[in-house]
Design a protein around this ligand. Structure first.
Ligand SMILES: Nc1ncnc2c1ncn2[C@@H]1O[C@H](COP(=O)(O)OP(=O)(O)OP(=O)(O)O)[C@@H](O)[C@H]1O
Length: 280
């Protein structure tokens, strides 16, 4: 009993630290720099241990005195990842609409994309998840409308005022259309890569959004998640993917979606020059 009375504060402290570190890990693990950071930490841990075990005084001294600089360097190097991770931490709006609404939305959205695909109307959707797409919404025209296939088809119909650019969907609603997304930089030298698909990849590199592209040229449906593009999805595969994304109870998180995709033979490295030609 005395032990509990004397140490309950330590318990609370450990709990707070554990929750904090776990949340930071969760927010950071999906980002691109996470693996690099783990590598750097491991190298530092090994060098530090060796310095202490073998009493390498000079290396030990350098490590101790450069800790602050290393921390600064890491913050600068991983600034984009930190931004993404902090944005995730500060936001938990993920799927705040109910499961019934999500089910309904998934069906209606899939139907709209399939209709666009059959009619070969080029389209680009960004499905907002935890990270706000507000900044991208501001580049387009606010719609704030209930999602309907008819409206989606009308917006993307060639030559209409809003058909250019992407539509942002937030909480099952059409938030904005005609939005400009960041174009992926890593494929800049690849001239076969179309801008619509590059914008889909670019947006998902910077945010946790899911981007859905319908090719105007071929009608092919592609989905971008975490900067990876899955091309030429069949109607069935596309519906399954949407369910995996929008019904996380059944399919825990992105990793499950990624696994589903990896098990299918559609995953194409964005650096692949055939990526967006869609001529298959
Ligand atoms: N940065 C951007 N953000 C959002 N949409 C964009 C962006 N850049 C281009 N687009 C959209 O992509 C269209 C051009 O698509 P482009 O033909 O270059 O791409 P694509 O990937 O080959 O697609 P498709 O297979 O439909 O031809 C533009 O008309 C515009 O609607």
């Amino acid at each position: 009993m005395d032990f509990i009375l004397n140490h309950w504060k330590d318990g609370i402290e450990i709990l707070i630290l554990w929750v904090g570190i776990y949340q930071i890990y969760r927010a950071f693990r999906a980002t691109r720099g996470a693996r690099i950071l783990v590598g750097i930490i491991m190298i530092l841990a090994v060098v530090t241990s060796l310095a202490f075990i073998l009493e390498l005084r000079v290396i030990g001294w350098i490590l101790i005195h450069s800790t602050l600089w290393i921390a600064f360097a890491l913050v600068i190097i991983f600034q984009p990842e930190l931004r993404t991770a902090l944005a995730k931490l500060g936001s938990s709006r993920l799927f705040s609409f109910s499961k019934t609404q999500r089910l309904e939305f998934t069906g209606v959205f899939a139907s709209a994309v399939i209709q666009l695909s059959k009619k070969r109307i080029g389209a680009l959707f960004a499905l907002e998840r935890e990270i706000s797409l507000k900044e991208h919404q501001d580049t387009g025209v606010i719609l704030d409308a209930e999602f309907s296939p008819e409206l989606a088809l009308t917006v993307f119909f060639p030559k209409t005022a809003l058909h250019d650019g992407g539509m942002i969907l937030s909480q099952g609603r059409m938030a904005a259309a005609g939005c400009v997304f960041p174009v992926s930089q890593k494929e800049m030298n690849d001239r076969t890569l179309g801008l619509r698909h590059r914008a889909a990849v670019g947006l998902t590199e910077e945010t946790d959004a899911v981007a859905v592209v319908v090719s105007e040229e071929t009608g092919a449906i592609s989905v971008a998640i975490n900067g990876d593009l899955e091309r030429n999805l069949s109607e069935e595969e596309f519906r399954e993917m949407l369910e995996a994304i929008f019904l996380p109870e059944e399919s825990q998180d992105d990793e499950d979606v990624q696994e589903t995709l990896d098990s299918e033979d559609h995953s194409i490295d964005p650096s692949d020059s055939d990526l967006v030609s869609d001529k298959s």
